[in-house]
Write a protein that binds this ligand. Structure first.
Ligand code: ADP
Length: 262
């Protein structure tokens, strides 16, 4: 009798101990998530301040009447526009990150024709590629597919292709491959660009992490593209791999299960 009583009491004690441990772990996770959110907003505000400071500086110069030369005035106005465009892209990416973070994802899963999507992406990025002197090639087999949200797949391919142009060289090339294999859709985006130092290959997926901040900003980068790609991939239980050689080029390999399983 007493034995049973003690045994029950001991089991209750073990249960309470486990609950307390779980609560501690949950608390720690919440604190860490709060820190990550705070860090993100601090970085985002800092990133937004840069174009605002530039716009203000140019506006003040124009207002002062010191710039009398018409060509310089026009140049400043086009810089203001470029900074405003950069702010727009930053805001769009910040909103995308916070949407993905809040798990406010309601994907409309459909059969996405990846080969056609690559054609459309090439069409969209052609002006940008022409300007950079880069040629884009679609090497995907016909009819490559994946079951996913069209917008998500577009976001992944667009981010990788836009980077492959941005970090390329004059007369550079970008090859986009896609295939269905072993239940996976595999997408490869390879470029002849500047490459990424070995030690930085894992860091480029961190929010706002850039190997060359100047080059990224200059060419309209926000530092959020790859973190968005990674986030979307985790949703589809997909992976991304990078192979790169400084001075020769980079290849990103994305693998996503063909069939979506929530
Ligand atoms: P960004 O808007 O700066 O391009 P991303 O998150 O897309 O932000 O990429 C993070 C960083 O990774 C870039 O700033 C760049 O330094 C590096 N990077 C990404 N793609 C490539 C590539 N194809 N070649 C070389 N560097 C790249």
């Amino acid at each position: 009798m007493i034995n049973d009583y003690l045994k029950n009491k001991y089991l209750r004690y073990l249960n309470i101990k486990k609950t307390l441990k779980d609560m501690d772990a949950l608390n720690e996770r919440l604190i860490r998530e709060k820190e990550i959110r705070q860090e993100f907003f601090a970085n985002a505000s800092h990133e937004l301040k840069t174009p605002i400071t530039s716009i203000r500086g140019y506006a003040e110069l124009l207002e002062s009447g010191m710039i009398t030369d018409e060509a310089t005035r026009k140049d400043m106005i086009s810089r203001i526009k470029k900074e405003a465009d950069h702010m727009n892209m930053l805001i769009a990416d910040i909103l995308e990150v916070s949407k993905l973070e809040s798990n406010d994802i309601r994907p409309e899963v459909m059969r996405v024709d990846v080969t056609l999507l690559i054609d459309e992406t090439i069409e969209t990025f052609k002006p940008k590629a022409d300007e950079a002197g880069v040629t884009l090639y679609n090497y995907a087999k016909p009819g490559v597919f994946v079951y996913a949200d069209y917008g998500h797949m577009d976001e992944i391919i667009s981010n990788l292709v836009s980077n492959a142009i941005r970090y390329n060289r004059k007369n550079g090339k970008v090859w986009i491959h896609a295939a269905n294999e072993d239940g996976l859709m595999e997408l490869r985006v390879r470029d002849t660009g500047i490459g990424i130092p070995k030690g930085e290959c894992s860091r480029i997926f961190e929010r706002f992490y850039r190997v060359d901040k100047g080059r990224s900003r200059q060419s309209g980068g926000t530092g959020l593209g790859l973190s968005i790609v990674k986030h979307i991939l985790s949703y589809y239980k997909g992976t991304v791999e990078v192979n790169s050689k400084v001075g020769s080029g980079t290849e990103f390999i994305v693998r996503i299960p063909e069939k979506y399983e929530p």
